[in-house]
Ligand binder design. Sequence first.
Ligand SMILES: NC(=O)c1ccc[n+]([C@@H]2O[C@H](COP(=O)([O-])OP(=O)(O)OC[C@H]3O[C@@H](n4cnc5c(N)ncnc54)[C@H](OP(=O)(O)O)[C@@H]3O)[C@@H](O)[C@H]2O)c1
Length: 238
Amino acid sequence: MHIVTGGGTGIGRAVATALHRQGHRVLVTGRRAEPLAEVARASDGEITAVACDNSTPEGVRAMLGAVEGGVEGLVHCAGGNPAIGREAPASLEDEADLLAETLAGNLTSAALTVAALDDRLAPGGSIVLYGSIAAETGVGYYGPAKAAVSSYAVGLADRLGPRGVRVNCVSPGYVAETEFFRGRLSADREEALRDQTMLGRTGVPEDAVDLTLFLLSERARHITGQNLHLNGGAHTMR
Ligand SMILES: NC(=O)c1ccc[n+]([C@@H]2O[C@H](COP(=O)([O-])OP(=O)(O)OC[C@H]3O[C@@H](n4cnc5c(N)ncnc54)[C@H](OP(=O)(O)O)[C@@H]3O)[C@@H](O)[C@H]2O)c1
């Protein structure tokens, strides 16, 4: 079975849909029931949806309860930047809350999801964790949280390698057609993000689908412990 956390919208939804079209059994998670129900409906009920918070032990237990058999692929898309659309912290307590929430949503969710599924990971399996260009460019606490995700992927790849399980991090630049900015991205800012790419194009979920499906496949058999940048040249890693 393949599991896509954050599979109700954006990149996760596109990945889950593509995996389902390839004939895989797919389970998606997210905190809100409605987008998940829509994904399940669009697949005629063939995609299993579990509404849960992947950053909590009870949430990942709920996910685990719906997992059937071994896990060949895990794509961890759950995450985001809770600072978007939120007032700047006005107290140390607010600051601590924002930091904790950002780390929980991105790093803790990855770690607990993997921990819950650990003994279900099938030999030959592949894990893709979603990082971000923000790890390199620095965006509040979101960038550091995504840097932690890509670092976590390296140690995890080292630990799971002997079991024949590969782990990679995909770090996109701006990807349109997602709920990431919650409708708050101005046309000017969107144009500026496009202009930062070398290709002069905006990323779309299908770009992430193609790379993710490759990393999940046998064709990527010698690729593990890597952070793959998917940004149209908006930031180089030389
Ligand atoms: N779009 C971009 O420009 C961009 C750029 C770089 C990196 N990324 C990363 O790419 C990944 C996918 O994001 P996206 O662009 O597709 O945006 P998105 O549409 O907002 O997708 C994120 C999904 O994760 C779910 N989610 C968030 N926290 C969760 C939690 N604790 N437990 C379970 N589900 C959770 C959200 O649903 P609920 O709110 O219902 O839980 C949502 O469906 C994220 O990790 C994001 O940080 C995005």
